[in-house]
Design a protein around this ligand. Sequence first.
Ligand SMILES: Nc1ncnc2c1ncn2[C@@H]1O[C@H](COP(=O)(O)OP(=O)(O)OP(=O)(O)O)[C@@H](O)[C@H]1O
Length: 580
Amino acid sequence: MSTFAVLRTLLGLMLSRGLRLRGDVAGSTAVEAVGIGLGVLGPYLLKLVVDRLAAGTIDPLPFVLLIAAFVLAWSGTNLTSAVKYVFTTRIINTLARRLTERAIASHLPVVAREREADSGQLLGMLERVPYNLQLIVDGILGRAAPMLIQVVISLVVIATLVPLIYVALMAAVLGGYFVATRLSARPFQAQAQAANQAMAAVSGTLGDILRNARRVVFNGNLAAEVQAVSHIAHERQAASVRLAWLLVATAAAQYLVVGGGLILLLGLGGLDAARGQISVGDFVLLQAYAFRLAVPLGGLGFIFRQASVAFANIKDVLALGGPALGATAPVAPPSPPEAAAAIELDGVGYRYGSERVLRDVAARIAAGSFVLLVGPNGAGKSTLARLIAGLLEPAEGVIRIDGADMAAIAEPERHRRVLYVPQFIGLFNRSLGENALYPPTRQGESDLRALLEEWRFYADGRPVDFGLAVGEQGERLSGGQVQKLELARLMGVRSPAIILDETTSSLDAPAERKAVRALRERHRDRTTLILITHRLGLAGEADQVLFVHEGHLAAGSHADLMAGDVTYRAFCAMGDEARA
Ligand SMILES: Nc1ncnc2c1ncn2[C@@H]1O[C@H](COP(=O)(O)OP(=O)(O)OP(=O)(O)O)[C@@H](O)[C@H]1O
């Protein structure tokens, strides 16, 4: 996506009906127009003052009024930029909100699906959006564009007052400035992209370390991680400094042109004024316009430098894709749950890169059945679960749900058909009640409370406080409490199939049995329940056991597998503790 395309997209968004920014854009443009008018008028009024002074005949009242008008024009220019800030703040924040909504809508499923997706980088990228939009909308659209208009108007005013040579000179100076800027744009953009990536790397590393604060601190590795942050921040600094040096080179070229032009313009103007060919007021006007344009041009260099990094960031955010930008995507209400799902695995194989994890897996899981998925560590249980849930697509074979090929089903629909509960249950840093009642659960608070108390959420049997803040990732709860909370929530979820990936691993055996039986009882015939576990206490109750071992799958009842599968028998004989 080119820089121009980013500008076009942002402008399109600002003018779209859905975002309701047209009023702000109109307001900002009107205020800017007044600002430009006053900016051009100010030096002209000053010229009139100087001409009166040079003529030596001053009528006090008109003279004071002229000075007052000049001061008003000067202060009005500054006031308009303050007023404009109100409009641009609204525009920038609305755009940032829309881009963030869109990026989250498109990328959260990617973060959820891909274990390697870097949420820290995404967070950093989105955090920089408002600042970067400020640079683009306020800096480029709000300043550079009006400045160009001001240049044109100033040249027209000068053309009507002084010989055309001055207009030509000034136009040449400005043209030279833009040529110098244009020539340096390409290396600038490449370096800006590098600086943006270096910033994203810092965000990613910081996010990763913050999420693993305990691992770092408890292992006494703080100094090493601080050094890692320092190293990566140093790379960001190096990229930013390289960008700054590019700016110096560009600024030197720009000022060579502008400075040379100013020497010519003012030298010629001074000589002409001394010879009486232009008035002293005309000379003041010339120098006021020249500096009025030259000084912000220097500032523009800074804006362009920052904006090139900003463009790189906004390009990255837009590249994440997502729903149409102009209108807020309507949230489709979840369709009513269907009956329990029948699942069929037909010659399924999967590999991560060159590592083949599963091969020729075949099984039939009857609708409404209770299935235990077992096997040694790293055998591929979670991988198989994620394949069944449609989070991964098989490298070979087909997975059918109610006869339909899972690969042909749209992603949100897959989640509606199979709810996968990941091994690591992350709770929100919200209240216990909000976590327990998180959608799509549909149950009353009192039922849930009674259930948790029945499951002895607190060992001493004290009442459950739904207002309790559970902390980041539920850090104020025990591992078993987090799992009980999740299992209690699932009691109110209606889904054709639910896969519990070791969701009972922290419960003691009686608690596990109680919770699973309750779930089966509640969802009887309406949900196919698959439990991944390292404990085989429930194997006798399961309709079917899926045993994954060295990439192969053996399926059958516990009794059948015990009778016919030596490896399974050996696996069971190991005992829970040896297996886990
Ligand atoms: N995203 C991934 N990229 C590369 N390899 C992966 C990925 N996820 C899992 N693996 C590898 O695939 C193999 C199976 O992993 P999986 O998580 O499915 O095993 P598991 O049976 O659920 O193990 P456990 O009982 O320890 O949870 C392992 O060797 C693992 O390292």
